[in-house]
Write a protein that binds this ligand. Structure first.
Ligand code: GGG
Length: 326
């Protein structure tokens, strides 16, 4: 039976990079698509950003290809991640031959905790003057992330991982996060070290080669991955996989880019790399390799969108990628 993929472009350039990526997917697999909607435009039209049928489609699909949302991100992507029990967001950042990079030696993978931290949504407005945010860190989520990190480094031949944290300030929450993950790494015999996330940001900007796999809390992962995108050529290049026990949501790291939305010039590479991660997740390994190689080859000497210094359209890039598939 064909895999059933929920397709959710979201807002802005999501409506450009997702269709371009579906053309590439259609050239290598025969999936059944369930087209659904959510985001700012849906909220404006209906009053609610995440329709029930979208939640249902994503909760039951084999995987979801997601574009981007804007103002309603918290109301869309956070419940969707919860719906597929996605406890980790995998965000690889590496340089690509032919693409100018601030740091050409970047090859890191960020494993971002995906359910809690300051993104748990526990915020309050206590008075005109005072607002609060509760930072949730549990031993169970930290353990689950630690287990995943150990299995990930073992399966992908990494030497170990570095935990990014701020346990000198957030002593209780990041204390629990670091202690739990270190304990799991010791149980697995996996090498682990740690770094303060602020110092890590400086190290990443100056010499990213000192890091390989980084395991971090939710907000730190969101910020560090955008920093990593800046090192390798921009947000148009970074994919991500929200992985749960048996479902996943695959999305570019970038947002809906209202400044260029509608012009047809958004870089689809991040979404295409995300589609390659989706294929891998569903065990279509050779198709994943084919898509990844075709996108790499296009980045190296094919048409480029304006973010990479070219004048090609999103569809020109998709055409070139499809031409380079085996
Ligand atoms: N496709 C990525 C996207 O829509 N990003 C918007 C955003 O703010 N995401 C928050 C998050 O990744 O937690």
């Amino acid at each position: 039976m064909n895999e059933r993929i929920a397709v959710l472009p979201g807002d802005g350039i999501g409506h450009e990079v997702v269709p371009a990526t579906l053309r590439v997917l259609d050239a290598v697999v025969d999936f059944e698509y369930d087209h659904v909607e959510a985001g700012d435009a849906v909220a404006e039209r209906t009053g609610a950003p995440l329709p029930e049928e979208t939640l249902e489609a994503v909760s039951t699909a084999d995987a979801t290809l997601f574009g981007a949302t804007g103002e309603t991100s918290a109301d869309v992507i956070l419940p969707l991640r919860e719906a597929v029990d996605s406890f980790v967001n995998i965000r690889p950042a590496r340089t690509h031959p032919g693409v100018d990079a601030v740091q050409p030696d970047t090859d890191i993978v960020i494993l971002r905790e995906n359910t809690e931290g300051v993104y748990a949504g526990i915020e309050d407005r206590l008075s005109e003057d005072v607002s609060t945010l509760t930072r949730l860190v549990t031993q169970s989520a930290s353990r689950r992330l630690g287990e995943f990190a150990c299995e990930y480094v073992e399966a992908n031949d990494h030497d170990g991982f570095t935990i990014a944290h701020k346990n000198n300030v957030m002593r209780v929450t990041d204390g629990l996060f670091v202690d739990t993950i270190e304990e799991v790494a010791t149980e697995h015999g996996v090498d682990v070290d740690d770094a303060y996330m602020d110092a890590m940001a400086t190290h990443l900007a100056m010499d990213p080669s000192q890091y390989d796999v980084i395991v971090c809390p939710n907000l730190a992962g969101d910020v560090l991955s955008d920093l990593a995108a800046g090192l390798v050529g921009g947000l148009g290049l970074l994919p991500s996989a929200n992985v749960g026990s048996d479902r996943g949501i695959f999305e570019p790291v970038h947002g809906c880019a209202p400044d260029i939305a509608g012009e047809g010039v958004a870089n689809p590479a991040a979404t295409m790399f995300s589609a390659a991660m989706l294929l891998e997740f569903l065990d279509y390994d050779s198709e994943a390799d084919a898509v990844r190689s075709a996108v790499e080859s296009t980045l190296e000497d094919g048409p480029r969108t304006p973010d990479l210094g070219g004048s090609a359209t999103t569809d020109d890039v998709a055409d070139a990628v499809i031409d380079r598939l085996p």
